[in-house]
Design a protein. Structure first.
Length: 256
């Protein structure tokens, strides 16, 4: 792995306070990375200001690791992210988080035990990335741990939800991603549930055939995981991905 495009600094409330620019760079060099992307959440005021500080830090950085500034933004509705990308002028790229239901603060479906409702919600939020300005989608279809984060609610089984995801909607989703040049992330989160990993492998195989590219991201909130995909390394190998299949922020710059 030479590129890790999903790393959170201390600015993200979910990250450890030790995730400073120097600490992240040191971990990236130790992991042998050539490129990293810093993708903070906008969950506290001042993300654009934080980007200015990161931009100053990377301007003074002298080392082998190229630093990209990104952002991980929740999907609010069709074509709309929680922060419009133009409000983050220093962001080289934006990844859409389509299933952060633990962060929203309210149940994502009326009946959490209904796998049909869950399947529809997951697909709808992915479809809503269309026209948003996002360059990639963070951990798509991942909701396993997030469902468990809703306190006091019995919820549907992940396997039952996956069974209710309609293949034709997935095909149309893949067609949209290819048409709009939106990449899919490969993350350790893809492999936290056996059924999800199998579903992702099938879906990503279809996406590869359609010309969709794939972004590698550890989704690191601490330095120890930077540059490591864990079990998702096996997914990369089984899909037979070549360097030409992998997305880079250089493609985002061209898209602008």
């Amino acid at each position: 792995m030479e590129r890790d495009l999903h790393i959170h600094t201390f600015f993200s409330p979910c990250a450890e306070p030790t995730m400073s620019f120097p600490a992240i760079l040191a971990a990236a060099e130790k992991a042998g990375l050539m490129e990293i992307g810093l993708t903070d959440h906008p969950h506290r005021p001042g993300l654009a200001r934080h980007h200015r500080a990161l931009d100053d830090a990377r301007d003074s950085h002298r080392g082998p690791v190229h630093v990209w500034i990104g952002a991980e933004l929740e999907v609010e509705s069709l074509g709309r992210l929680v922060v419009p990308p133009p409000e983050l002028p220093l962001a080289d790229y934006v990844i859409a988080a389509a299933s952060h239901y633990d962060i929203v603060g309210r149940p994502p479906v009326a009946d959490l035990k209904d796998p049909v409702a869950w399947a529809d919600r997951l697909l709808t939020d992915l479809e809503n990335v269309s026209g948003s300005g996002a360059h990639a989608i963070a951990h798509p279809f991942y909701a396993y741990a997030l469902m468990r984060a809703v306190p006091g609610y019995p919820t549907a089984r992940m396997d039952d939800i996956l069974d209710e995801i309609r293949p034709r909607r997935v095909e149309r989703l893949v067609e949209m991603l290819a048409r709009e040049a939106i990449a899919l992330e490969i993350s350790p989160r893809m492999c936290m549930h056996l059924g999800l990993e199998s579903f992702i492998e099938t879906t990503y195989g279809m996406a590869r055939q359609a010309g969709v590219k794939f972004a590698l991201g550890s989704d690191s909130h601490r330095t120890a995981t930077i540059g490591h995909l864990g079990q998702a390394e096996g997914l990369v190998q089984r899909l037979g991905l070549s360097p030409a299949d992998l997305w880079s922020p250089t493609l985002a710059c061209r898209r602008k």
